[in-house]
Ligand binder design. Sequence first.
Ligand code: 13P
Length: 258
Amino acid sequence: MRKKIVAANWKMNLTLIEGAELVNDLFKGMPQLNENNLVVIAPPYTHLTQTSAQLAGMADVHLGAQNCHSETAGAYTGEISAAMLKSAEVEYVIVGHSERREYFKEDDATVAKKVNQALVNGMKVIFCCGEPLEVRDAGTQNAYVESQVRAGLFHLGDRQMNDITIAYEPIWAIGTGRTATSQQAQDMHAHIRQVLAANYGAEVANDTAILYGGSCKPSNAAELFACPDVDGGLIGGAALKASEFLGIITAMAAAVEA
Ligand code: 13P
């Protein structure tokens, strides 16, 4: 059975001290989670070692990174390889975030190579997809997201899909305060699951967690997570405040019990 997951993407925010304080506050307020709940925190690279040490006492909270390079090693000044992340105790790598696709010109082929790097190095992938506003307005979002999923993941075998979580993040909802409605989220998640089922079969499709991202906050998390195909969230802004992130984690825990 797939797990419910709430993952924090801190993006380019928080100093080391601020990050340590945030994790400390999360530690103090963390609700009791059951075996079907999982939390991931993806801080900036500079925080990984510190955050890893802090998470040592938190069995349900796992360390993530926001990106990795598409090549194994070499002359790529300023970049970080998947092997380096693994050696820093990283368990999850966010790949294909729309901000990386847009600002760093990552195309589908690069994203697919990054997926491979993370998997080959023994980490799990949070694979991001999602359409821009003009695609949503044109009503072609299903085909757009399907093409991202195919290009980024469909070279993988069934067994490798065990290590894939998908995050649907409509670009028009990221950091805008304009959350997708729970119906919009459910419709797209059901579509992604059906695309997975057509290629990999029902078992892989049912076992793959599909998270929603885009202005998710405590006030809308419960409704989103109650959707049958929404298996949690990838959280940006609301993950930077302990009280808000804890509220979203609590919504996940409640959704599982419902
Ligand atoms: P916000 O929660 O700030 O909208 O960001 C979502 C996101 O991009 C997470 O990866």
